[in-house]
Design a protein around this ligand. Structure first.
Ligand SMILES: *[C@@H]1O[C@H](CO)[C@@H](O)[C@H](O)[C@H]1NC(C)=O
Length: 672
């Protein structure tokens, strides 16, 4: 009997235990109290708009990302009785999550609402109204709606201070009280902010105590219990709102940019503290697309970056190669020491900048440069040259001319070749070319002593080219602008041998005879062949140029003075050769030397090549080692002035009678 009783007792106890244990899960709820740890069996929920329950796990989703400007609501099916004189106090807590559609950018939020109706058709708009109000009814007391908003967008029109805030709204979106989302940490004793858009589940408690007319709102992450201090604690009289039957639930809305708004669990009690949710049994949120890039993406990004960097490097390398590209052929190997790299020349001349331009001559532009390796000043002549034809021979000559050493020659240091371009590197001559001293006022006037020294220097340089080197080198363009002055104002011949470049028929622009009009020996136009004699002719013109201080041809002169040679000849015949001396000298010259230079100039520029002296003779005359016979004044065309000449060296002067003024004139006028 006792055993029977005891077992009956046990059965009863067992069934009581079963029943009581099942209460929280069975959702068998009384009208004033209910709890949803997930909404799997929540038939009592009235869903509206986009709201839906995932029936696999019980997650309540109020809005989705299928369309913008959504509204989603979920209200308890049965109204809660707030009839006076019974208490208006209530208590609720729920777990929510807001997952923004764009990273850290979502809208608009969720509101827990107490409303006399669940029918919001035509009055609850999306966006900032959170599906509860519209622009005409917002703020009207007739609404009788209490809302606790979890707002993720600042609406200045509603006085929102920040996105990410919690507010208490009565009858409209303008909050009675609001605060940025944060929670009080009991452990640390301070407030810690929370990001509503973090996508993490959060816990909100709302408690209204009618006796104290105090509404407390408390926020916390789900991992910690309810904080001791609420986020909002507002004294408020809800008697005008909470009347008769009221529906409780959630309303949520999105804007153009939205969020997925979720409720994971919800507990409500009209007559005492709401039960705590079992956080561990709440439905899980959908797995989010990880914002952290996966390893694959990171690796491929790195790979792409490496490829891009390599490409950029290759392009830079190619551009650099192209920039400094040179032509270098096998046959140039032997010229190694004379070959400059284009890169070095480019650097030396600061990239051939215009500020480094020294001048522009018949052959191309000349730049000043400083070799980085040795700090030596150089002049770089840039000659455009398109053909490869004859280049080998020419470079060979250039290089062999690099071996020419004479103190009255501008030293050629080397060369460089690029496509369509030849660069010649010379010693830098600080005083520039002689013509700038003779014809421009920017430089000081040269004294006769200086001029005579220059003349002698150039003569000895030309003699070296003609006779003193291992082979005959023709200059072919002797003129004042090709005579450069070094630091001591010594004359140095430049540009020698260059004319040959055009002999190979490589420069399409020069169909002209090589040389310069006014300095061209008459036979050149006939034969086209340059000789040492034609160099002497040009040197003769140069002598007159320096002595008279004027160009060989000056169109603006009196007709009889246009051609310098003719004018000096004429004056010579009249016995007034000194009249032609440069007026800038103001008579300050050695008369014998002046006469010598003028007459030697005439002698050298005789029309008959054979009548001209050689450079060796010229040097002898200038040095006073040989005597230049008086040119007779009376001879109509110099013909007789050498008749008494006994000197062997002067015998050629007997041929001077062949000089033809008209031929000279016509030639000097070529190309004008
Ligand atoms: C706003 O809602 C009220 C009902 O509260 C309705 O009468 C009114 O037409 C609505 N206004 C607009 C602009 O939708």
């Amino acid at each position: 009997m006792a055993i029977v009783l005891r077992s009956l007792h046990f059965l009863i106890l067992l069934s009581v235990l079963c029943i009581s244990a099942s209460i929280p899960f069975a959702l068998a709820q009384d009208e004033n109290e209910f709890i949803y740890n997930g909404f799997l069996e929540a038939e009592d929920l009235r869903l509206d708009g986009a709201a839906a329950i995932d029936h696999t796990n019980g997650l309540l989703q109020l809005t989705n990302n299928l369309s913008p400007q959504q509204v989603g609501r979920a209200f308890n099916h049965f109204p809660i009785k707030f009839d006076t004189p019974s208490s208006l106090s209530f208590s609720t807590n729920f777990v929510f999550a807001i997952v923004p559609h764009l990273q850290n950018l979502g809208g608009h939020g969720i509101a827990f609402a107490i409303s006399p109706s669940t029918n919001f058709t035509g009055r609850g708009l999306p966006n900032g109204y959170l599906g509860l109000f519209n622009d005409s009814n917002d703020g009207l007391s007739i609404n009788r709606i209490l809302a606790i908003e979890l707002d993720t967008v600042p609406d200045p029109e509603f006085g929102d201070i920040t996105s990410n805030h919690v507010g208490i709204d009565v009858n409209g979106m303008k909050s009675n009280e609001l605060a940025p989302a944060m929670y009080f940490s009991n452990k640390e004793g301070k407030n810690i902010s929370l990001d509503l858009l973090s996508g993490n589940p959060m816990h909100l408690w709302i408690d209204y105590d009618e006796a104290e007319k105090l509404l407390n709102v408390t926020l916390a992450p789900t991992r910690i219990p309810k904080p001791n201090r609420p986020l909002l604690s507002t004294s408020i009289d809800l008697s005008q709102i909470l009347k008769e039957s009221m529906y409780v639930g959630f309303s949520s809305a999105t804007g153009t940019i939205g969020s997925d708004h979720y409720i994971l669990g919800w507990s409500f009690n009209k007559s005492g503290p709401s039960q705590s949710l079992d956080v561990s049994s709440l439905p899980p949120l959908p797995e989010r697309r990880k914002e952290k890039p996966s390893l694959v993406i990171i690796t491929s990004l790195i790979a792409v970056a490496i490829v891009l960097i390599t490409l950029a490097g290759a392009v830079a390398y190619i551009l650099r190669r192209k920039k400094y590209e040179e032509l270098l052929e096998d046959w140039e190997e032997e010229y190694g020491p004379h070959r400059f790299s284009y890169k070095n020349l480019h650097k030396a001349t600061k990239g051939f900048k215009d500020t480094e331009l020294l001048g522009e001559g018949g052959f191309g532009k000349v730049y000043i440069g400083i070799l980085a390796s040795s700090n030596v000043q150089i002049a770089v002549k840039r000659i455009s040259h398109d053909s490869k034809q004859g280049m080998k021979e020419f470079v060979a000559e250039i290089v062999s001319m690099g071996r020419l050493r004479h103190r009255n020659l501008v030293q050629l240091l080397g060369y460089c070749r690029r496509r369509g371009e030849l660069l010649l590197v010379y010693d830098y001559m600080p005083n520039g070319s002689l013509d700038r001293f003779l014809y421009s006022n920017e430089n000081p006037n040269l004294s006769w002593v200086q001029r005579f020294r220059i003349i002698k220097g150039v003569a000895s340089g030309l003699l070296y080219l003609h006779e003193e080197w291992e082979q005959v080198v023709l200059h072919r363009d002797v003129k004042a602008s090709n005579v450069l002055l070094d630091a001591g104002l010594n004359g140095r011949l430049g540009d020698f041998g260059l004319a040959k470049l055009y002999d190979h028929g490589t420069n399409p622009q020069t169909t002209r005879v090589v040389g310069t009009v006014g300095y061209l020996a008459p036979e050149i136009t006939r034969t086209g062949r340059a000789t040492t004699c034609s160099d002497v002719f040009a040197f003769g013109v140069f002598l007159l140029e320096v002595a008279c201080g004027r160009k060989p041809i000056e169109g603006l002169r009196l007709p009889e003075r246009v051609i310098l040679v003719d004018w000096v000849t004429e004056c010579c015949r009249r016995g007034a050769i000194l009249d032609t001396s440069d007026p800038r000298l103001e008579g300050n010259y050695v008369v014998d030397e002046m006469e010598l230079v003028l007459k030697l100039g005439l002698l050298c520029s005789l029309a008959m090549p054979a009548a001209r002296p050689s450079m060796r003779q010229v040097v002898q005359f200038l040095d006073g080692d040989a005597d230049l016979q008086e040119l007779p004044h009376d001879s109509p065309i110099f013909g007789t002035f050498t008749t008494n000449e006994s000197s062997d060296s002067m015998s050629f002067l007997s041929h001077a009678s062949t000089r033809s003024m008209s031929t000279t004139n016509s030639i000097l006028r070529v190309g004008r």
